[in-house]
Design a binder for this molecule. Sequence first.
Ligand SMILES: *Cc1c(COP(=O)(O)O)cnc(C)c1O
Length: 433
Amino acid sequence: MRLICAPSAAPRGLPNRKAALCVKLTVWGSLELHIYPNASAVVRDLSPDEPVILNRPHAAARAARFFAQKFPGKSLYAVKANPSPDLVRILWDSGVTHYDVASIAEVRMVRSVLPEATLCFMHPVKTKRAIAEAYHQHGVTTFSLDTMEELEKIVEATTADDGTQADDLNLLVRLRVSSDYSELSLASKFGIDLADAAPLLQATRQHCDALGICFHVGSQAMTPFAYVQALERVRAAIAEAAVTVDIVDVGGGFPSSYPGMEPPPLEDYFGIIHRHFENLPISYSAELWCEPGRALCAEYSSLIVKVEKRRGDELYINDGAYGALFDAAHVAWRFPVEALEDDLTEALEEFSFYGPTCDDADFMKGPFMLPADIQAGDYIEVGMLGAYGAAMKTAFNGFGAAECINVANEPMASLYRGDRPDPRESDNVVSLR
Ligand SMILES: *Cc1c(COP(=O)(O)O)cnc(C)c1O
């Protein structure tokens, strides 16, 4: 890479700007072609001073195939979990055809990468201009809402110049449900209360081709029961409003595996959701949707960080609260870690981390289990950062840079490797029948 950057590598005779562009493309191309076996090989080769994001395309493809084959309905990838164009293409190639987008920038990005994909604009509060661009320029016909005002906005923004109202809309009313069974709540910001849902469902029915109800049980739902209580609320909403419902969208929340958070098999979630969906008072042809973010991409990435300083059981590393380790700092998420030096002791101790910025809040409590003799200059791999990790990086204080490199080895944990217990033997699931 450094060789290619030498001035002599620029094609002769091109104006400077074009030459620079060529070089950059060559560098990207060469990085993409080079696949390292694992994090240790990257450290041996590059001794990186800045964090390195390691991507595992095979892991994301495996998760996508799992959802495409086993979820008893449609799986929409929630793009916010990791908006990498490379990842979006990997998911598409492995069978994910629908994408949950929440901003016009996400609409444009997915549309530019995947001209054929179905995009669903599932943020319940959008600008009229964003709705209009999504509908008229990018072919988006699916929108969510949780107020009458948003319904009016959608109807106005999708009406043609001659006053003809759109007749191809799929409109999903977002219902507020409990986040009690999840590690991260999504219950307070969006969603209409069950008590107020009937008039909104009835009004929405007048303006759409297909009417749906959606919800989000919160991220990292540790038991399938999270979806059962939510689907019971959907049942009550349908009964109260007495409308025909064509789509039930159970949202995201499907878990991944982290230290201290080992969820039941995803097959259990799928089975229980399917049974309760089938028992709802909905049309025979009604569709079941879900919107996994975390579960599709958590295993996609890990991160190499360097220890810059040790102070007792605190390690000063080069990523943190304003980087890919945002959740480790802000919600004390415990990501798995491994030291990348061979000659360290096997005795592990509890450490906490400081990130690189000058902000006191740039602190990650952990605990992170690492060799007792780890010290400045050593490298650590932090695993399971494909979801809400790589996506959270900012340039605050000048510390945003990170190279992306593909690696071939397995993620530190996986829900999809086939070496977990048989779902039917799981005793970790709330019994429902
Ligand atoms: C964030 C989000 C998701 C994805 O949630 P995960 O917990 O990552 O699966 C899905 N749908 C909506 C509307 C969201 O806001």
